[in-house]
Design a protein around this ligand. Structure first.
Ligand SMILES: Cc1cc2nc3c(=O)[nH]c(=O)nc-3n(C[C@H](O)[C@H](O)[C@H](O)COP(=O)(O)OP(=O)(O)OC[C@H]3O[C@@H](n4cnc5c(N)ncnc54)[C@H](O)[C@@H]3O)c2cc1C
Length: 377
C-alpha cells in the first residue's frame, strides 16, 4: 500500500509542524496587532519582542551550531512583523543586527553567553551605529572617544538617539581611539553601566514606541570581554552589507501593507481611484521584482566585495523609495478613512519616512552609490 499523501490533502497539511513564519504570524496576530496604536503612541513592546525572539524571529540569519544561516527567512519574518507594525519591525531589525554583532564578536563571552540570552529574547539590545556609519562615509565626525586603560578602554561622548533600549538593555557602539585617528573600537555599551546616562528624546512624529533614547557616556569603562572588534574598521566592512540588507525586511512589510490598503479601497472607491497615477498592480510588480533581487542578495550577505555592497545599497535605496511611494499611494486611495489617527494608513506614512531617514538615509545611500559607481567607472 502506498504511504504517499497528496500535498493537497488537508489532513496531510494539518500534520505539518508549523514553520518559523507560521509561528511569527501567530505572535503578530495575537500579541502585536491589538497594541499597534499603543506602540505608535509610545508603548515599548518588550513582551512582544521577547515572544517573537522566542519563536526564532530574530535569529534565522545567525549561524546555527551546524553553520547554516537563513537570511531569506529572517527577512520574511521581519516583513510579517512590520506589515502590522513598522515600529516593531524596526525593533526586530535592531535586535537582529545586534545578534549578528554578538555572534561575530572577538569576545567568547559575547559570542556565546550573551548571544544565547539575546537570541532567546531574555535580554534585548540595539545598535548605535548611525554615527560611525556616517563617519566612515565622511558625512559626520565620530561622537564617542576611547582612551586605553589597563583592561580595555574608557569611553566618553554622546549619541542623540539609539533604539531598542531600556534600563537593563545594551547596544553595540563604536568609539574613535584617542591619539590614533585611523582606528576605532567596537564594544558593548550597557545602559546600566557606571557613567552611562539614558535621556528621553524629543517627541518624534512616529516610531515613539521604539525605546529610543539619547546616551551620554562619562568615563564608561569597557573590559576586554565586552569588546566586539578592535580595530572596528575592517570588521565593519565585513558586516555592513548584512546590516544594510536586513533593513529591507522591515521596509517590505510596510510596502506590502500599503498595497493591501490600496486594494481594500478598490470596492468602495475604485470608480474614482482608477484615475490615480500609482495603482496596486504596478506597485506589486515593482515590489516583486525588488524582492526577488533582495532574496538573491540574501543568499550570500557577507560577501565583502564592493560590487556586492553596491548592489545592496541600491536594493536598500529602492526600499526607501518604494516605501514612500506605496505609503503615500495608500493614503490617496483610502482618502479620509486613511487620514484618521486610528488608521494604520497614516501611521505608515510616518513609518515610511523613517525608513528613508534612518541610517543609511536616502541621501547617505545616494552618496555611497555615487562613490562606488565612480570607482567602477
Ligand atoms: C526615532 C529614531 C530612532 C533612531 N534609532 C537609532 C538607532 O537605534 N541607532 C542609531 O545609531 N541611530 C538611530 N537614529 C538616528 C538615525 O539613524 C539617523 O542617524 C538620524 O535620524 C539622523 O539622520 P541623518 O543622517 O538624516 O542626519 P541629519 O538629520 O541630516 O542630521 C545631521 C546631524 O545632526 C544631528 N542632529 C540633528 N538634530 C539633532 C538633535 N535634535 N540633537 C542632536 N543631534 C541632532 C544628527 O544626529 C546628525 O548627526 C534614530 C533616529 C530616530 C529619529
Amino acid at each position: 500500500m502506498s504511504t504517499l499523501v497528496s500535498p493537497d490533502d488537508p489532513t496531510h497539511l494539518k500534520k505539518q509542524p508549523p514553520t518559523l513564519l507560521d509561528l511569527v504570524k501567530h505572535v503578530v496576530a495575537t500579541d502585536l496587532a491589538p497594541i499597534t496604536t499603543d506602540i505608535d503612541q509610545g508603548f515599548y513592546p518588550a513582551d512582544v519582542m521577547r515572544s517573537l525572539a522566542a519563536v526564532g524571529a530574530m535569529s534565522a540569519h545567525l549561524k546555527s551550531p551546524h553553520g547554516n544561516s537563513d537570511f531569506c527567512t529572517a527577512l520574511n519574518a521581519m516583513a510579517s512583523i512590520s506589515r502590522v507594525c513598522g515600529s516593531t519591525g524596526f525593533l526586530t531589525w535592531c535586535q537582529s543586527v545586534c545578534g549578528l554583532y554578538l555572534q561575530n564578536a572577538s569576545s567568547a563571552y559575547l559570542s556565546q553567553t550573551l548571544l544565547e540570552d539575546h537570541v532567546s529574547g531574555f535580554t534585548l539590545g540595539g545598535t548605535a551605529l548611525s554615527n560611525p556609519m556616517k563617519s566612515f562615509a565622511n558625512i559626520e565626525k565620530f561622537q564617542l572617544f576611547a582612551t586605553h586603560t589597563a583592561n580595555g578602554y574608557r569611553i566618553n561622548g554622546s549619541l542623540p538617539w539609539v533604539s531598542n533600549l531600556g534600563p537593563n538593555h545594551y547596544c553595540a557602539a563604536i568609539a574613535q581611539i584617542q591619539g590614533d585617528s585611523g582606528r576605532q573600537v567596537m564594544f558593548l555599551l550597557r545602559c546600566d553601566g557606571d557613567g552611562v546616562q539614558l535621556q528621553p528624546c524629543p517627541k518624534f512624529s512616529g516610531m515613539e514606541g521604539t525605546g529610543t533614547y539619547a546616551l551620554h557616556l562619562q568615563d564608561y569603562e569597557v573590559g576586554a570581554d565586552e569588546i566586539i572588534a578592535d580595530p572596528a574598521g575592517p570588521w565593519i566592512k565585513r558586516i555592513r552589507p548584512a546590516f544594510v540588507l536586513l533593513q529591507t525586511g522591515w521596509a517590505a512589510g510596510i510596502i506590502q501593507a500599503s498595497i493591501a490598503s490600496i486594494r481594500a479601497a478598490e470596492k468602495r472607491l475604485g470608480h474614482v481611484n482608477c484615475h490615480l497615477v500609482v495603482q496596486a498592480d504596478g506597485l506589486e510588480d515593482q515590489y516583486q521584482r525588488w524582492w526577488q533581487d533582495v532574496m538573491a542578495l540574501a543568499q550570500n550577505p557577507l560577501d565583502e566585495q564592493d560590487s556586492f555592497f553596491l548592489r545592496v545599497l541600491k536594493a536598500r535605496s529602492t526600499a526607501s523609495e518604494l516605501c514612500l511611494v506605496a505609503a503615500q499611494a495608500a493614503l490617496l486611495h483610502q482618502g479620509a478613512a486613511g487620514y484618521t489617527m486610528s488608521s494604520p494608513v497614516q501611521r505608515r506614512i510616518r513609518e515610511s519616512h523613517f525608513v528613508a531617514i534612518v541610517t543609511p538615509a536616502l541621501k547617505h545611500l545616494r552618496k555611497e552609490i555615487a562613490r562606488l559607481e565612480a570607482q567602477f567607472g
